[in-house]
Design a protein around this ligand. Structure first.
Ligand code: AMP
Ligand code: MG
Length: 419
């Protein structure tokens, strides 16, 4: 059923409300959340291949965990509870071990040797730890009190068969694979990976390793964006570099649209002479210039190319990375079927001072040392070394702020963005 591809996005899905000059970050994000829908079909995979994949539907536990009551410790089982004081119980022959149940029933007032994980035999609901017992000559001696059910796990106390164990949109973690296995689920229905094409644009770009002439710079964005997208869990298609040439860019976009579900470009997204990404999207009639009140950030060119959403990121590597984390990442997650998720941030004392005017949300490159948030020494948007130095972003709200050392600031680790 779900192997059918979902319907394509509408050409006007990135339209912004009219008359707004600078869209606040939260409004821009709300727009993405409301407009974008999953674009990937689904397939069945074995759970061994399911790590990082996105559930296409809820998964129901086929078996309870634990499937039957069992012992949590090595010890002696009997019918509880036991009052305070000294007790002696006759010991039955035999034992119950994990995977090797005791066939008979344990009569009231007698005990049986039980090992961790053993299914509790009939007549046993309570286990005393072997360390708390003296055993000899077919008897055990111990001291109460002991509550009924002590050291025993009830059937289904974790998950009951028929319950929803995991919900659609879940990005499967190692622990999820344990939960699925324990509840008897061997295969899952997951989304096919989102395919994301990455294109760098600019006459000045050459690849590292190539000779770079005067006025040329190495393409820093493409390796960064390709690896970010991979960390977001998507498949990448490296479309290489394209010169500031409309026909070449058109051909690259055509090729990307034929192979990928989403296209990320960097550079050429503003409204200048050599800004061919925005020019082509405009020509296709599906271009939206997103002027977002964010620093660092130049306008984003959002649009559709042959039915594929295009994120035209700024060329500046710092802005490209921040815009990818803040805007492209949640969009990619939605398109991939994982639903909307917000990165977890933490309020921690600042180790820096900063004065900020109202009007724009700001993201600084930051890291935590000794429980305090440090900011990179320069806010210069060309400082790639600061991206590499940083371990997360410091998010400073849209309004004015006067931050003194020790004041709480919101730090969002790169890991919260999936990096
Ligand atoms: P643009 O957005 O095309 O106007 O580019 C803005 C700035 O980012 C310019 O200084 C570009 O040279 C630089 N830039 C654009 N693309 C890249 C890239 N792939 N790697 C490094 N810098 C870039
Ligand atoms: Mg350019």
């Amino acid at each position: 059923m779900t192997d059918l591809s979902p319907p394509p996005l509408r050409n006007d899905c990135f339209a912004l409300p009219a008359g707004v000059n600078w869209t606040p970050v939260d409004e821009a994000l709300a727009l993405l959340r409301d407009r974008l829908t999953p674009v990937t079909a689904a397939e069945d995979v074995a759970i061994g291949d399911a790590l990082g994949r996105i559930l296409a539907q809820n998964v129901v536990a086929l078996r309870s965990n634990p499937p039957q009551a069992n012992s949590a410790v090595d010890g002696y089982g009997f019918a509880g509870a036991v009052p305070e004081g000294a007790h002696v119980l006759p010991l039955m022959q035999g034992r119950a071990a994990a995977g090797v149940p005791y066939a008979g029933a344990v009569p009231a007032g007698t005990a049986l040797r039980v090992l961790t994980g053993a299914a509790l035999p009939k007549g046993v609901d309570t286990v005393i730890l072997e360390e708390d017992v003296n055993a000899n000559d077919g008897q055990i001696a111990f001291r109460g009190p002991l509550k009924q059910g002590a050291n025993a796990r009830k059937a289904g106390e974790d998950v009951v068969a028929g319950d929803v164990a995991l919900t659609a949109g879940r990005v499967l973690t190692p622990a999820d694979l344990a939960l699925l296995s324990a509840t008897g689920v061997a295969r899952v229905h997951v989304r096919k990976p989102l395919r994301v094409a990455v294109i760098s644009t600019g006459d000045e770009l050459v690849d590292p390793g190539q000779p770079a002439g005067e006025g040329q710079i190495f393409d820093a964005n493409r390796p960064m964006l390709l690896s970010m997208v991979r960390r977001f869990g998507a498949e990448t298609i490296d479309m290489g570099r394209v010169a500031d040439d409309r026909a070449a860019l058109r051909a690259a976009l055509d090729s990307a649209a034929a192979q990928a579900d989403v296209i990320l470009t960097s550079g050429g997204a503003s409204a200048g002479d050599e800004d061919h990404v925005s020019a082509l999207l405009t020509e296709a009639g599906a271009m939206q210039e997103w002027r977002i009140a964010v620093k660092p950030g130049r306008p984003l060119a959002l649009g559709m190319w042959q039915g594929r959403p295009v994120f035209g990121l700024p060329g500046n590597p710092v802005a490209a990375m921040v815009c990818t984390l803040v805007f492209a990442r949640p969009a990619v997650a939605l398109l991939a079927g994982a639903g909307w998720n917000e990165p977890q941030g933490f309020l921690l004392p600042a180790a820096f001072e900063k004065r900020k005017k109202p009007g724009r949300r700001e993201y600084l490159r930051g890291r935590i040392r000794d429980g305090k948030v440090e900011a990179f020494k320069s806010e210069g948007s060309g400082r790639i070394s600061g991206l590499s130095w940083a371990e997360g972003l410091i998010e400073i709200e849209d309004g004015a702020r006067q931050i003194q050392p020790g004041d709480p600031v919101r730090f969002i680790p790169f890991t919260s963005y999936g990096l």
